[in-house]
Every structure is written in C-alpha cells, then in structure tokens.
Design a protein around this ligand. Sequence first.
Ligand SMILES: Nc1ncnc2c1ncn2[C@@H]1O[C@H](COP(=O)(O)OP(=O)(O)OP(=O)(O)O)[C@@H](O)[C@H]1O
Ligand SMILES: [Mg+2]
Length: 292
Amino acid sequence: MERAWTFDDMDIALEHGLVQAYRAGNAEDTYYSADPALLEDALTTVALGKNLLLRGPTGSGKTRLAESLAARLRLPMESINCSVDLDAEALLGFKTLAVEDEQSVIRYVEGPVVRAMRRGHLLYIDEINMARPEALPILNSVLDYRRQLSNPFTAETITAHHQFRVIAAINEGYVGTAPMNEALKNRFVVVDVPYIQGASLAALIERQSELRDTDQIRLFTDLSSDLVAAVRTGEVSEEAASIRALLDACDLAAHIPPLRAVRRAIAAKLDDEREQDLVMQLAAGYFGVDRG
Ligand SMILES: Nc1ncnc2c1ncn2[C@@H]1O[C@H](COP(=O)(O)OP(=O)(O)OP(=O)(O)O)[C@@H](O)[C@H]1O
Ligand SMILES: [Mg+2]
C-alpha cells in the first residue's frame, strides 16, 4: 500500500551538522507526502543552505512543509507574507523612542528578516510573487549567496549567521498566478507541492482530523480527487480542492451529517453558485441526498 512519508522517515546524513536525529514531535504538525523524493529534495536543498521555493495551489501544505522542515532542522521560523503591504520597515524593523535611565533614547527594533539573519533562523517568505517593487532589492540581497544586507535603519551591513535559511512559497495553482520576478526566481531551487491524494490523504485525515470512521474517510478521499479533477478542468475554482477545507469538512463530519459539512466547509466559500452546486452534486454522489 502507498504510504505517507514524513521527515521522521528521512535518514539523510549530510555533513553540515544541521540535520540531526530529531523526531519532529507531534503528528498534528507534520507534513505528509506520498513521495519521499519530495521530502528528500526539500531537506537536502535547505540543509545545503540553498533557497527553497515551494510551489503549489492553496491548501496544499506549503506552510506546513516549511514548518516541518524547520522542526527537522531545529531552526526557529520567522514568517513574512508578501501579499500584505510589506515595506522596508516591515521587513527590516524600525526605530522607536524609549526611556533608559530617565533619558530618552532611540532604539532600533529588529524586523523578521534582520532577526532571522542575525540569529540563524529560518525565514519563510509567503506569496513571494506578490512582493512589492520596493521590497525586491531587500529580498534579492537576502537570497543572494553572499547573504549580506545593508540596513538603512542602522547604517550597518548585516552578514547572516551560518545557519540562516530561506524558504519561500508561491501559490501557483492550475489557473495561473501573478508571475514571479525572474531575478528572484533564479535564486531558488524549486519543489512542487501537489495536493496529496489517495491512501496518503486518508492517512492525513485520520491523523489530523476528528473523523474516525474509515468508510467516511475513504469517501472524503474520493471526493477530494473529484474536486482536484474539477479544478484542473476549470469547472470549479481552486479553493474547492484545498486540503485545508477538506480537513475542516472532515472535522465537522465527525459531528454533523457529511453533506452539510461539505456545504459549510467547501461549497459555501465559492463565489459562483454553479460551482457550489457542482461541489454538492459530487458530494451527493458519495454521501447521498441532503437531509440537513
Ligand atoms: N501534505 C500535507 N501534510 C500535512 N498537512 C497537510 C498537507 N496538506 C495539507 N495539509 C493541511 O492542510 C492545511 C493547510 O495547509 P497549509 O496551510 O500548509 O497550505 P498552504 O499550501 O500553505 O496554503 P496557502 O497557499 O493557502 O497558504 C494545514 O492545516 C495542514 O494541516
Ligand atoms: Mg501557506
């Protein structure tokens, strides 16, 4: 039977001293993949100090994968999201007035990028394709192999701690996304993160949702592959196939009728009524007619 792999299964002996025998802790926080090569390639890339770009549709587990990698490498993670307005201050920090020994002093508060570089944390850059033009020079220097950044707020040059690592994510679905700046993309090793399906999805539902009924878990797994197919053909929008939404539906279905769970957790979020109907039709094929 196909199995769901995690970093706990990966026994990669890299000499960089970063990858140690480390059990990533609780199963709820672990990223699962049917493809051990995906984990091996991601872990190798980051352990070698190269920038990793995770590319996949919404709710495919990109953030979870980055968290799992951080846990596996024992690196605290700092996150920034480029879809919110990220200016230099949000990245690098700011100056503020403080009182020390009854005197007013100007203190510099580190932003996430500076903190990660200085302390050797893992920097997770979400939705990097949405980065504003003024953030690009900063991101470019962070991603550059020299790992140096001149900080306009303190007029110093920061050289990153040797354990500093970068993972970015781009929400690239089946229906196109804002393209990513080429110079940025060029600085990454790219790993595609697809929706997990079949037996490994069933294993994920079993471990991460409240649903215990194995027959229902199988039905939700089958529904998920129908939804992924419908997204691929463009019949429904991408959110319909999100594993995040599916897990919500499974949690609910442990307590309320499954069709109602699908309606609330998956269908109702879609803007288009025809898309909602299609999702409910697919679900009715597995769970019968709606009584709720
Ligand atoms: N392969 C997987 N292994 C473990 N958990 C997963 C996996 N795929 C999805 N999930 C679950 O789905 C939820 C959404 O995952 P996550 O937030 O990592 O997705 P994402 O790809 O970062 O989505 P977005 O692009 O919307 O930010 C998580 O809570 C996680 O539990
Ligand atoms: Mg995410």
